[in-house]
Ligand binder design. Structure first.
Ligand code: ADP
Length: 161
């Protein structure tokens, strides 16, 4: 059995993230989506909201679990008994950071392999930050996030006004 962990801030989950999760769920026996607490990034959504939005987004995928994580990624990966860390690569701009992260994780835990997947071309430019910026200014992001995420964004920015 080969299991993978897909860590991220997911603030909020986008169709790009989900594209990767669907691809991964056909490659691995189990995919653990690990939603990072990551207070340093000052997320728009609370950890509980980010987990709830992710859970609703992957509820139709039988081999996918969602967990919260606020420890070292490799510690979490070992606790979850996975052997692969999964990350997404969109453009060359992602490469340098992801390469460094993979190198550090290999140093910390050589038995874990980092693997990269690329999303469908139409999601290659998509990021949670861009979604938040567009939504904050009233942009329609319905093509890029699930409907419940779009509702949560509208609600969040309506409250903020
Ligand atoms: P982090 O703070 O860990 O970068 P993100 O939620 O921004 O968290 O991203 C989690 C992972 O998903 C990263 O590997 C990132 O490159 C990848 N990712 C983000 N957006 C997309 C997308 N549109 N398509 C594919 N991968 C993506």
């Amino acid at each position: 059995m080969v299991a993978a962990i897909y860590p991220g801030t997911f603030d909020p989950v986008t169709n790009g993230h989900l594209d990767l999760i669907v691809r991964a769920s056909s490659l691995f026996d189990r995919v653990v989506v690990a939603v990072a607490f990551n207070q340093a990034k000052k997320p728009l959504f609370t950890i509980d909201d980010r987990i709830a939005l992710m859970e609703q987004s992957v509820s139709h995928l039988p081999r996918v679990d969602v967990i919260r994580f606020d420890s070292l990624l490799v510690t979490c990966a070992l606790e979850q008994q996975v052997s692969v860390i999964l990350r997404g690569l969109r453009a060359v701009s992602d490469f340098e950071y992801e390469f460094q992260l993979a190198g550090m994780n290999r140093h910390l835990s050589p038995e874990l392999e980092t693997m990269f997947l690329t999303p469908a071309e139409k999601y290659g430019f998509l990021s949670s930050s861009l979604i938040k910026e567009s939504s904050a200014l009233g942009g329609n992001v319905s093509k890029f996030v699930p409907r419940h995420v779009q509702k949560a964004l509208v609600e969040k920015f309506r409250k903020g006004k």
